[in-house]
Design a binder for this molecule. Structure first.
Ligand code: S3P
Length: 442
């Protein structure tokens, strides 16, 4: 329940890194657990969400051997080597842990129960429960399977052709993971270019998974159709995880907004299914450049250099939304400083994240004087506004907490952000990184 106090101050300058990608860290653990042999992982994100995944795979009988602060070996037991857990699997506050693990557990010939903290037990699960039931898993949950805890009795799955009702990487991944255990292929139609880390890792492990029209993948199509053939085994991973774009996003916006800033974040993953914010910030007039682009761990990586700039408002909707789904709290802060109106639409999914991010971002940024209003499927911001320091609350949402810290860097006077421990869910070292860049906070 700790607190941060932020004041506007010096420009943000220097070169920093960000911790490993959260989505890829979860997937490395889960896929390493069911690989045949020892996987080597470097650049793992030791954040609360990923540590929840780590503990769940240990409860399923997987051993890990540390090899450094963010590197280890995972002793994979093969597709059929997991053990029935002796207790409820605690996913803490991590939706990715619960939903992806449910996909694997749907294929296991044993029973398991997935649960977690209040915040997670409010998040919608029917989106995975229904298709996993269609595949043959038995799943019980509160309110007919809408809410966790989920009790899963897996095994004997069939591959299905399924159109996802939401463009969600978690749902897509849960079904691909269940598909590893199905008799027959899986075909998924996803209504938007949701992040594709699971497909990339599975392909690197020798699994036959791909887009039905591979050449149509770039430019990213509005609907992704992909097919997975269940493999006999998965080869172990040898993986270096890139820096998390979603963490770098807070620094990039901070440097864009604080006058005189000039900063570089090194080694950031720039997978096009994740980096929609770059396109949006560029269209808003941000001064961004990508240097030293290369591939690492099957993902595009670059150094992201950002300078202060005057931003213009714009409209954001359609397929761009899923490509920046975690970046809307910080986009809202950027929009308060942009000239004119920023309209976000087609983003109703924001209502079922760690918090209802439309409601919580609007409520908290208004306390600082922002001209922001909620809409059914997004929000509208009229700028630029001179923000004024005030007392705000993260509502237990890590991304809202960090967005409010960045808002505090440009607000007049002192901004106090309550309940900032949640920042450790995705970006341990966030405060230290801002201090290193010259920010004024304690
Ligand atoms: C994630 C997918 C997204 C994202 C979340 C991580 C993933 O969730 O918001 O932070 O790792 O697959 P949805 O699939 O619910 O959009």
């Amino acid at each position: 329940m700790s607190q941060l106090t932020v004041r506007p101050g010096a420009p943000l300058r220097g070169e920093v890194g960000v911790p490993g990608d959260k989505s890829i860290s979860h997937r490395a653990l889960l896929l390493g657990a069911i690989a045949s042999g020892v996987s080597h992982v470097e650049g793992f994100l030791p954040a609360a969400d990923c540590l929840a995944t780590l503990r769940t795979i240990q409860s399923l009988g997987i051993e890990l051997e540390p090899a450094g602060p963010t590197s280890f070996q995972i002793m994979g037991r093969g597709l059929h080597g997991l053990h029935e857990p002796q207790d409820v699997l605690n996913c803490s506050r991590s939706g990715t842990t619960l939903r992806l693990l449910a996909g694997i557990l749907a294929g296991q010939p044993f029973s398991s129960v997935l649960s977690g903290e209040d915040q997670l037990r409010r998040r919608p699960m029917r989106r995975i429960v229904e298709p996993l039931r269609q595949m043959g898993a038995t799943i019980l949950g509160r309110d007919g399977g809408r809410l966790p805890p989920l009790a899963i009795r897996g095994g004997e799955l069939t591959g299905i052709e399924y159109s996802l009702p939401v463009a969600s990487a978690q749902v897509k991944s849960a079904l691909l993971l269940a598909g590893l255990y199905a008799a027959g292929p899986m075909t998924l139609h996803v209504p938007g270019p949701a992040r594709d880390h699971t497909e990339r890792l599975l392909a690197a492990m020798g699994c036959d998974v791909g887009y039905q029209v591979p050449d149509a993948r770039y430019p990213l199509p509005d609907t992704q159709s992909l097919e997975l053939q269940p493999p006999a085994r998965l080869a172990p991973l040898d993986l270096t995880i890139p820096g998390d774009f979603s963490s770098a996003a807070f620094l990039a916006v901070a440097a864009s907004l604080v006058p005189g800033s000039e900063m570089t974040v090194t080694g950031v993953g720039i997978n096009p299914t994740r980096s929609g914010l770059l396109d949006v910030l560029r269209s808003m007039g941000a001064r961004l450049s990508l240097d030293g682009e290369h591939q690492a761990g099957g993902e595009p990586v670059a150094d992201l250099a950002v300078q202060h700039a005057h931003l213009r408002g714009m409209e954001i909707g359609g397929p761009t939304v899923v490509r920046m789904i975690d970046e809307f709290p910080i986009l809202a802060v950027a929009a308060t400083q942009a000239e004119g109106e920023t309209l976000v639409r087609d983003a109703a999914e924001l209502r079922v994240k760690e918090t209802n991010r439309i409601a919580t971002a609007v409520e908290q940024l208004r306390r600082l004087g922002a001209g922001i209003e909620a809409q059914a499927d997004g929000f509208v911001v009229r700028g630029p506004t001179l923000l004024t320091g005030a007392r705000v609350h993260s509502r237990g949402d890590h991304r809202l907490a960090m967005a409010l810290v960045v808002a505090g860097l440009i607000a007049q006077g002192e901004t106090v952000i309550d309940d900032v421990d949640c920042i450790a869910d995705s970006f341990p070292g966030f405060v230290e990184t801002l201090l290193k860049l010259g920010a004024n906070l304690r």
